[in-house]
Design a protein around this ligand. Structure first.
Ligand code: FES
Length: 118
């Protein structure tokens, strides 16, 4: 009561990739990157630890996610809608643009935050 947490086990995730739109199902315990791979969408990633920003995506519609075990994820990232797909787990249906690595690095630099490989 008083908690609007979406307790579903499965969520619909729409990925907008450079190759087009892909709709898939992701479990609440499953990093979005893994769910994408299972659906045949191979996204770029290096560290798989929520640090390097290679896998970054950005919400195109309001949505909720758990950043999971990301080593480096800041409130400013969340406020701007950036998602590290290698660690983030869905907590609502999501609509995400993939390949937002450069955008996220620019955002980090603008806010004086770590931007690996920038
Ligand atoms: S692969 Fe490095 S942050 Fe996701």
């Amino acid at each position: 009561m008083g908690n609007d947490e979406d307790s579903r086990e499965l969520f619909q995730v729409t990925l907008i990739t450079p190759l087009g739109e892909k709709i898939l199902t992701a479990g609440r315990k499953e990093p979005l990157w893994d769910a994408a791979q299972a659906a045949g969408v191979f996204l770029q990633a290096i560290c798989h630890q929520g640090r390097c920003l290679t896998c970054a995506g950005r919400l195109l519609k309001p949505g909720r996610f758990d950043p999971g075990r990301a080593e480096s994820y800041f409130p400013q990232d969340r406020a701007a809608g950036f998602v590290l797909l290698c660690t983030a787990k869905p907590r609502s249906d999501l609509y995400i643009k993939t390949h937002a690595e450069d955008e996220m690095r620019m955002h980090r630099l603008k806010h004086g935050l770590p931007a690996p490989y920038a």
